[in-house]
Design a protein around this ligand. Structure first.
Ligand code: ATP
Length: 260
């Protein structure tokens, strides 16, 4: 695989560095071609956000940290893009909140599952669920390979972090009574709209922040965390994230028209 040196002075150096990582993930057999396309969709929305973590995302991250900390049986669902972009943070976050980790793929092969497990273990994961025959239970209402669940993992969890997810599974997880937290740059996606808690941000920015937030909140009393969660309205926060994009575009188009 050829590695391109990204000049630090490039105005969009960070985004290009992430693309290099994505390229690596693809070469390692962790990401698929379809994953590359999904990444492109994410990039487009990140461009609209201005490639920053907006205040609505910061609030959602705090509440997500509280939700993971009070969960009885939290789990992080990992696909190829997540394993490529934030493997270290997944492992650290799981340790910090006592969550399990389960691989869940739309384009499921044992080879990919093992490549993802290897990647996560290289960052210190002890146990990775959802590999091959371990993931033997089918989720109702889903036909894709994402329906397979590990009986010791997602199936018995109460709270699931599903970054970069598809809407069908999010809806089914909710129907199964689980609290679903997602990280999704597209506030209009079905996942963003159906999750219990939506962080509209790039996973490469959101995961380190989420990790830090769980460290800060770890010793806070459960009642205070529960109160934070109670006061949060996901629909309102999501609406504000969309308004942020709309306002930013209106402002930007005014600048461009004036410059002509
Ligand atoms: P849905 O089924 O929820 O409507 P979709 O069909 O767009 O979503 P996918 O094609 O699986 O779902 O795409 C995954 C989602 O992940 C997209 O909404 C995309 O914007 C988002 N995404 C891609 N890359 C990132 C990233 N780096 N950080 C956060 N979100 C991302």
């Amino acid at each position: 695989m050829t590695k391109t040196k990204i000049p630090k002075t490039h105005p969009r150096a960070k985004s290009l560095q992430v693309r290099e990582k994505v390229n690596e993930g693809y070469s390692e057999g962790i990401m698929t071609e379809q994953g590359l396309i999904a990444h492109g969709r994410g990039e487009a929305f990140d461009y609209l956000l201005g490639e920053i973590t907006i205040s609505e995302a910061t609030i959602a991250i705090k509440v997500a940290a509280a939700t993971l900390l009070i969960a009885k049986n939290p789990i992080i669902s990992v696909n190829g893009n997540v394993a490529t972009l934030t493997p270290k943070e997944v492992v650290k976050l799981a340790k910090n909140v006592g969550a399990k980790i389960e691989v869940n793929l739309f384009h499921r092969t044992l080879e990919r599952e093992k490549a993802i497990m290897k990647k996560l273990k290289s960052f210190g994961a002890k146990n990775v669920l959802g590999i091959g025959k371990e993931a033997a239970f089918e989720m109702n209402g889903l036909e894709s390979s994402r329906r397979w669940m590990d009986p010791n993992g997602i199936m018995i969890s109460d709270t699931v972090l599903v970054p970069l997810e598809d809407g069908d599974r999010t809806a089914e997880l909710r129907k199964a009574g689980k609290t679903v937290i997602t990280i999704d740059l597209n506030p209009l996606s079905r996942t963003a709209q159906t999750a219990s808690l939506t962080i509209v941000d790039n996973i490469v920015r959101a995961m380190p922040l989420l990790l830090e937030e769980t460290k800060k909140l770890k010793n806070i009393e459960n009642d205070i965390l529960k109160d934070m969660i109670k006061r949060f309205d996901n629909k309102v926060n999501l609406g504000k994230s969309l308004s942020y994009i709309i306002k930013r575009l209106e402002k930007d188009s005014v600048i461009r028209v004036n410059a002509q």
